[in-house]
Structures are given as structure tokens and as C-alpha cells.
Ligand binder design. Structure first.
Ligand SMILES: CCCCCCCC/C=C\CCCCCCCC(=O)SCCNC(=O)CCNC(=O)[C@H](O)C(C)(C)COP(=O)(O)OP(=O)(O)OC[C@H]1O[C@@H](n2cnc3c(N)ncnc32)[C@H](O)[C@@H]1OP(=O)(O)O
Length: 262
């Protein structure tokens, strides 16, 4: 159980960019997501099935789902380029240095060993996938990339909602909107406060989101109180002129042992 806790903490560090202390040793973070390669199906009895074409197919790197793919619309790519450019700033005399923004990589499973939990068999645990990254067809589900700004304690997600997320005809399902809000606010809260769980999410749906459109999910820190991190969230059209959804979230810091019944 303790070993699992370490794996979880290290995995979080990789996702959030934080170095989580695991006690005496202060373990160095290294890629843990080695099962999520481009050729990986997640099954212990692997069927080789390429997700993307690569000149060297036997990559040991997991696929980063927050990078552009062929399904991204021009609008999605434009917004990606816009925020990506803010990740670096030009310095006098040429050259570049890190800017205030950071693109957060995104994988289809959070942690190699700590997925699923106590109620799943090992085989099912091996198959566990992050909810927002479990649709294989590019562009069909959640296409998104999160950029964070630690100084300003906020993040922005560029989100393109695919056709499998339909709720009302031609529009995005409210549960899918809640999912992306939970993911973005949860990512911000863990980026700022370390391991957290959603305690409360309150959502007001103001105007429907057309299926296939690109929207921005803005999330900011409101305040922290002890173990509690309060964040706000607005989903707007890509040009910011239309408010689609507003939300507030409460995230409670946890000891990772919480997830394993400690
Ligand atoms: C480790 C995960 C990290 C994820 C992030 C990874 C990085 C990014 C990676 C990939 C991107 C994807 C990101 C996805 C993000 C999704 C996150 C989720 O969906 S999480 C699943 C849904 N949430 C649950 O299942 C929680 C179930 N609830 C619980 O486990 C507990 O209730 C918990 C941990 C929330 C609190 O339990 P207690 O025993 O630790 O603490 P107590 O004492 O009850 O509460 C602490 C304080 O919070 C208040 N509080 C608790 N719940 C509240 C509520 N619902 N409303 C208002 N206040 C509440 C309490 O009144 C207390 O306040 P006072 O300190 O006394 O001032």
C-alpha cells in the first residue's frame, strides 16, 4: 500500500509539475506512464494497434494527448498557438526564456499502478483510463489542452467538444461540460495545492455549447483555507463574447493514502 502511495505521488508530480515529497527520500520524479505508449492498448494481452503513424513505432514514451492532432479545427490550433507562444518570451539580444504560461501534458491514465483501486482486479486496473482521454477516435470526444499560469494562479483550457459528447441535439451534454470543468478546476487546484479531491462543484449553465465548437475554460484560484482550495470557472466562446457556463469548485487536500483506505 505504501509503495502504491509513492507511485501515486510521483505520478501527480509528473502531471502537475510539482515535486511532491514522499517523506524521507524525496523521490525524483521520472516517467511512470510507460504503459501508455503509442502502441499500447492497455490490455495485458496486447493487440498491436497503432494510434498514430510514427517512423519508429516502438516508442517508450506515452502519448501526450494535449498536443495538436489532425482533428483539431483551425480555431483550436490558433488558440493553441496563441497560448503556446506565451510559454516562452523573447529576451534582449535574441534567445528565449520560459514565460509565465506552461502547457500541461496530458496522458490517458494518471498513474501506472494506482488506478482503479481496491474493487478492481489487476486485469481491470491495467485497463483503467482517464475518463476524458478514453475515446480512441481523434476528435470524437474531449479534445483539450490546459495552460497554467502559476504567478496569476489561474489556467485556461482550450476545449473542442466532439460528436460523441452530444446532449441536446447538436449541443454538448451537461455532464460532459461538468466533466471538463471538474478536470480543469481539479488540475488547477492540484497544480497549486498538491493532491486534492473534488468536494463540491456548483454549475450554472447559461447558454448551450454547439457540438464541434471550440470554447475556453478559464479557472482561477479564489482562496485557500487550510486544506480547502476554492476555485472559480467560466466557459466562454473562443472570442470571449459569449458566456456558456459558470462554476465554483471546492477541492480538499488529501493524503494519498485516503484513496487506498488508509
Ligand atoms: C488524487 C487526485 C488528484 C487529481 C488531480 C490530478 C492532477 C491532474 C491529472 C489529471 C487531470 C484530471 C483531473 C481530474 C480531477 C477530478 C477530480 C475528481 O473528480 S475527484 C472525484 C470526486 N470526488 C470524490 O470522490 C470525493 C469524495 N469525498 C471525499 O473523499 C471526502 O469527502 C473529502 C476528501 C472531499 C473530504 O473528506 P475528509 O475526511 O478528508 O475531510 P473533511 O473533514 O470531511 O472536510 C475537510 C474540510 O472540507 C469541508 N468540506 C468537505 N466536503 C465539503 C462539501 N461537499 N462542501 C463544503 N465543505 C466541504 C469540511 O467541512 C471541512 O471543512 P473545515 O476544515 O471543517 O472548515
Amino acid at each position: 500500500m505504501l509503495r502504491r502511495g509513492f507511485q501515486l505521488v510521483k505520478g501527480l508530480g509528473q502531471i502537475t509539475g510539482q515535486k511532491f515529497s514522499t517523506g524521507r527520500n524525496g523521490i525524483t520524479i521520472r516517467p511512470l506512464l510507460s504503459t501508455g505508449t503509442q502502441w499500447d492498448t492497455g490490455s495485458p494481452f496486447q493487440t498491436i494497434r497503432p494510434l498514430t503513424m510514427s517512423p519508429w513505432p516502438f516508442s517508450t514514451q506515452p502519448r501526450d494527448y494535449s498536443l495538436p492532432n489532425a482533428s483539431w479545427s483551425e480555431e483550436m490550433k490558433r488558440l493553441y498557438d496563441h497560448y503556446n507562444a506565451l510559454c516562452e518570451v523573447e529576451v534582449e539580444g535574441g534567445g528565449k526564456r520560459k514565460g509565465p504560461w506552461r502547457r500541461l501534458p496530458s496522458y490517458n491514465r494518471t498513474i501506472k499502478y494506482a488506478t482503479g483501486g481496491r474493487c478492481l482486479s489487476k486485469v481491470l486496473q491495467a485497463k483503467a483510463r482517464l475518463f476524458t482521454r478514453n475515446i480512441e477516435e481523434q476528435g470524437a470526444g474531449f479534445e483539450y489542452v490546459v495552460f497554467s499560469n502559476k504567478q496569476e494562479k489561474r489556467c485556461v483550457c482550450v476545449f473542442q467538444a466532439g460528436h460523441l459528447l452530444e446532449g441536446p441535439p447538436g449541443h454538448v451534454h451537461g455532464g460532459a461540460i461538468a466533466t471538463i470543468i471538474d478536470s480543469v478546476t481539479g488540475t488547477l487546484a492540484s497544480y497549486l495545492s498538491g493532491p486534492v479531491m473534488t468536494a463540491n462543484l456548483s454549475i450554472n449553465y447559461r447558454s448551450p455549447i454547439p457540438l464541434g465548437s471550440v470554447v475556453l475554460v478559464h479557472s482561477s484560484l479564489e482562496r485557500t483555507e487550510g486544506r480547502k482550495t476554492f476555485v472559480t470557472c467560466q466557459v466562454t466562446s473562443a472570442d470571449g463574447s459569449k458566456l456558456h457556463t459558470e462554476a465554483t469548485g471546492l477541492f480538499v487536500s488529501i493524503n494519498v493514502g485516503h484513496l487506498f483506505g488508509a
